[in-house]
Design a protein around this ligand. Sequence first.
Ligand SMILES: [Zn+2]
Length: 253
Amino acid sequence: MNSKSTAALNLYHQWFGDRAHSAYGKTAVINKPGATHCAGCGATGRLHSANSNQDSHSFCDVCVTVAGSYEGIKNPGRMGAGWAAIITPENAILSTGNEENLGAFKKLPNTQVFNNTVQKTLIQCILSPPEPPFLLVAFGNSSPKVCRQLRASYSKDLLYISGDSIDRIDAGIVRRCVSALNDADVPQKLLASATSSVLTIARGVASEQATERAKKTIIDAEEKHPGITEIVRSMPLADSLEHRWIMACAYAK
Ligand SMILES: [Zn+2]
């Protein structure tokens, strides 16, 4: 665990985790026999079983609030795939696509619960982040991993999405490009073909015929949508995380 992970874990625990866990957490098995280290952060000391299954991972007082089981959440009993959270020092926003599971946290003060997909919650946070610091979590399949891979964001522009991986996104660029695309009302298909044509020319390894085709595609796209080439050139690389989020945010259904 590095200090950034520890700081983020503490933000989660101190504000949301401890309150939620003391209200709804299952801590039936404490001091799990045979367990020596927390599966999340590696700490020693008092360890909880993550759920009533004796063979499950064991976690310290802090990590169990991230990875442990909660009353009211059905299978798998914890916040896993399908759950997302935005945690600030004052407020928690939780979402999952399962209305029934949302009930687990409905009565927790300063907590808003939404029936929403992870993707939509992430899009909302990228486009309109809360005041920093905040923690944006896309819970995943590995509960020990999510404890180790929490990163708080200290800026609205440099944003971390924690979960099965830690994604670092320049959200400022994403928002600028999304608003340029929205202002220009660029159709998704036209943008995609212009983007791949600009990339073909920039790489400079395509055949003469393919390069000519790409040039023609750009000229056609520019005719249909004057200024589209400039928008495409101002966007991050087509294989970057930022590019993926620009497309997701600009063309969210
Ligand atoms: Zn731990």
